[in-house]
Design a protein around this ligand. Structure first.
Ligand code: PLP
Length: 266
């Protein structure tokens, strides 16, 4: 009997691992599997981590990162890619150089900076490099409120502040902006989206009372990447990704003793 040949769009996550399985590359791969794409991964950093926090991490060598990119470019037909934890300025540059060298389709930048437990996943000195070199390559950038504040040097308190910050982020060259409101303290979580053509909209959902939100940003940006790889337009990809994350937060699972992971089967 010959094997039946199924084909799925191929995607790429460029990020750090989470030994605890809830965030980073692990969340990306689980999400993309659920969204029916075949995801590859370039590992930039390895973390020793669980639901209680990040105990340690180390970034990989430039040689090994370059080789991972080359391996994929030689063999795969990647339709969309995303970045997550990039560790420091040197590693942001390594990733930028490779993204300029190879065509992996639209790029979703999740500008990961600090884990929920407080561990820094990006050196402060890398933020200017992200703004100057990575954001101009971004099809979509998905900062949370603290990340948007760091990237714009603004204090963001009101919906008008979110709109102003998104405009400022657009000036970096990033095409579509989604500022996530989850780190606010309002009863509803409200995200703001500014699209390339100037269209803007708000996505609002009731806040779920849970500490199990580890990997939320990774899951959102991975779902978005998967939908774009499948051919969805940017607005639809954003809306589908938001729905996926919300369900994954609502249908919580019991793993570990701290900030537990989402339910990617939801
Ligand atoms: N660890 C890695 C490798 C990540 O990429 C991320 C987030 O992007 C985190 C941890 C942080 O996850 P959270 O802040 O959702 O707990």
């Amino acid at each position: 009997m010959s094997a039946q040949l199924n084909s799925f769009p191929q995607t790429l996550t460029i990020a750090g691992t989470d030994s605890g399985g809830g965030a980073g590359v692990m969340a990306d791969l689980k999400t993309m599997q659920e969204r029916h794409v075949f995801s590859t991964a370039v590992i930039v950093a390895v973390t020793a981590q669980n639901t209680l926090g990040v105990q340690d991490f180390s970034a990989l060598s430039k040689k090994l990162i370059d080789e991972q990119f080359a391996s994929l470019a030689d063999d795969m037909a990647i339709k969309a890619c995303k970045t997550g934890m990039l560790a420091d300025a040197e590693h942001v540059e390594i990733v930028v150089d490779n993204l300029k060298k190879y065509d992996f389709g639209p790029l979703i930048v999740d500008p990961v900076m600090i884990a929920k437990g407080g561990a820094p996943l990006l050196a402060d000195s890398a933020i200017d490099v992200v703004k100057r070199d990575l954001l101009p390559l971004a099809t979509v950038v998905t900062p949370n409120l603290p990340e948007a504040e760091r990237l714009t040097d603004m204090t963001i308190k009101t919906p008008a502040d979110m709109q102003a910050a998104a405009k400022k982020l657009r000036a970096t060259g990033a095409k579509n902006i989604m500022i996530k409101g989850g780190h606010g303290n309002t009863e509803k979580v409200t995200d703001y989206v500014l699209l390339e053509d100037g269209k803007e909209f708000w996505l609002s959902a009731p806040r779920v009372d849970t500490i199990r939100t580890h990997g939320t940003g990774d899951t959102l940006s991975s779902a978005m990447t998967a939908e774009i790889a499948k051919g969805q337009d940017i607005e639809s990809a954003i809306r589908l990704a938001k729905d996926f994350v919300e369900a994954a937060i609502r249908n919580t699972i019991q793993v570990g003793h701290g900030h537990g992971p989402l339910n990617h089967w939801a």
